[in-house]
Design a protein around this ligand. Structure first.
Ligand SMILES: [Fe+2]
Ligand SMILES: [Fe+2]
Length: 495
């Protein structure tokens, strides 16, 4: 039955979380429930999560099924958009047992390709869209959607030679030096739409006339008025490091209790999102032990629990892991396990990295940002001091970490959990240990600072941190205030 249900969801372009599947299997009519889920979940994107199953069971409890704990029924899944928290895309979804890693990677790239294809097809700027195999022997103009396999510069004329695949075949195309398409700097493993001028003579390469990324749709409607609640965005606490900024953290906690500047504003903060590297970990980089105040990983999480307990218990805290945390480093990363979760206060919700969720109806995508280590070297002009520029490119690609085989390990899962889907209203990252805020096509971009002072390792790598900043965003209109806790007695509003 398990396999049949997975296939059923796959046939309907849905991916079901392992826990959602287990819950469905405890019910008397799992297939009927699955059909109902697919129908009601139509507007909610490609993922079926345990909380979606739970919500449906509350609305329509079948007789004889196991009871589902907690919660008040809402009329439909969609009507619940303004609930305080809702998971929209869990990023990490466990693979179907029996698949080999190789099959999983193939399936991951298929999923990536099909998703971007769905976003790009039908656009007027991709005229005469064709499968790659159908280009042979044709003349004139045609468009393709392809996954970039290889990008290189021709030795003679410095044009860019790109090889792309789709489900029908492969093609090599030429981007003329200094053309807008060549300046768009294609990356390995991203999926793009290309409009091609096809050559008259055989033996010549198609020339790219225009390049289109899936991107954030222009002219998205501004969000409807919601509550006046606010969310605070933090990252890279590195608890357990000798350079964890304990005094700044205490000042932050006092601010949230209404004892610092802007106590009225502090009272409106209901959510805190922490974008990974919650602890410093052990053995993450050479000779890290010299930088550690706490050498035991479980003790680091116990201290994290004590630090989070300093924040008011009314807050809903969401944490995702980063590359320093004690979960598998391959992305998407699962949430912190239950045995570590037990060390954290009850108001902390553990999610995977990345995750997309809504807070009082506002859609937030949180990603730690390991892929900066691949994207910054690959993109001309990019640097750790300006992470939001890289985040714009992530949104244009609708992908957080496209490059396979670089510094960001990609998990062999049968679907691509690093696609940006749905488009968020707020995209938050960390990892760069700097602070950045910008806007792109209506999306608020935040690189959410750090609570660790500069380490020897960062000095070696020429990274200058901007620590102890907290961005506070009003969820109804995305207006933002930034508070600086580097000098505790003079915490001030910077913007
Ligand atoms: Fe970090
Ligand atoms: Fe990191």
């Amino acid at each position: 039955m398990r396999e049949a249900l997975v296939r059923y969801f796959e046939e309907h372009q849905r991916l079901i979380e392992a826990e959602a599947l287990s819950l469905l299997l405890t019910q008397p009519e799992p297939l009927r429930l699955s059909r109902q889920l697919i129908e009601t979940a139509d507007a909610l994107g490609p993922f079926v999560t345990r909380s979606m199953v739970e919500r449906m069971l509350r609305v329509d409890p079948p007789s004889g099924g196991l009871p589902v704990a907690g919660g008040v029924a809402t009329s439909t899944a969609v009507a619940a958009m303004a609930e305080p928290f809702r998971l929209l895309n869990p990023g990490f979804i466990a693979g179907v047992p029996g698949r080999t890693p190789l099959e999983a990677y193939e399936s991951l790239f298929h999923h990536r390709y099909r998703s971007v294809h769905r976003w790009l097809k039908g656009r007027p700027d991709l005229p005469n869209l064709q499968p790659i195999a159908a280009l042979r022997g044709k003349e004139g103009t045609a468009s393709i959607i392809g996954l970039v396999r290889d990008v290189r510069t021709t030795s003679e004329k410095k044009h860019v030679l790109v090889e792309l695949d789709d489900e029908s075949g492969s093609v090599a195309v030429l981007l003329l030096r200094d053309s807008p398409a060549a300046m768009a700097h294609l990356l390995s493993d991203e999926v793009v739409g290309l409009t091609l001028g096809l050559p008259k003579e055989s033996g010549r390469l198609p020339v790219v006339r225009a390049l289109h990324r899936p991107d954030v749709p222009a002219g998205r409607l501004p969000r409807a008025e919601g509550t006046s609640s606010r969310a605070m965005f933090l990252s890279d606490l590195h608890v357990g490091s000798r350079s964890f900024l304990g005094e700044s953290w205490s000042a932050l906690a006092a601010f949230l209790r209404g004892e610092g500047p802007s106590p009225e504003l502090a009272q409106e903060i209901e959510h805190v999102v922490i974008a990974g590297d919650l602890v410093d970990g052990i053995g993450i980089y050479p000779h890290q032990e010299r930088d550690l105040a706490i050498h035991d990983i479980v003790e680091q999480y116990a201290e994290l629990g004590r630090r989070l307990a300093e924040l008011p218990s009314r807050l809903h805290i969401v944490v995702i892991p980063g590359n320093h945390d004690a979960v598998c480093p391959a992305e998407p990363q699962p949430a912190l396990p239950e045995e570590l979760g037990r060390l954290l206060p009850a108001n902390v919700r553990r999610l995977g990295n990345p995750s997309t969720f809504s807070l009082d109806g506002t859609v937030v995508a949180a990603y730690h940002g390991r892929s900066f280590d691949d994207l910054i070297p690959a993109l001309p002009g990019a640097d750790y001091g300006h992470p939001t520029e890289v985040m714009k490119r992530m949104l244009a690609m609708r992908h957080l970490a496209p490059i396979y085989g670089g510094r960001t390990p990609i998990a062999p899962l049968p679907h691509d959990g690093l696609l940006i889907d749905p488009v968020p209203e707020i995209l938050v990252t960390g990892h760069a240990h700097t602070f950045g805020a910008d806007r792109y096509r209506g999306v608020l971009l935040l690189n959410a600072s750090t609570w660790q002072a500069e380490t020897e390792y960062q000095r070696m790598r020429n990274i200058t941190p901007i620590p102890a900043r907290a961005a506070v965003v009003r969820l109804s209109d995305l207006s933002m205030s930034v508070f600086d806790f580097t000098v505790p007695e003079r915490a001030l509003v910077a913007a």
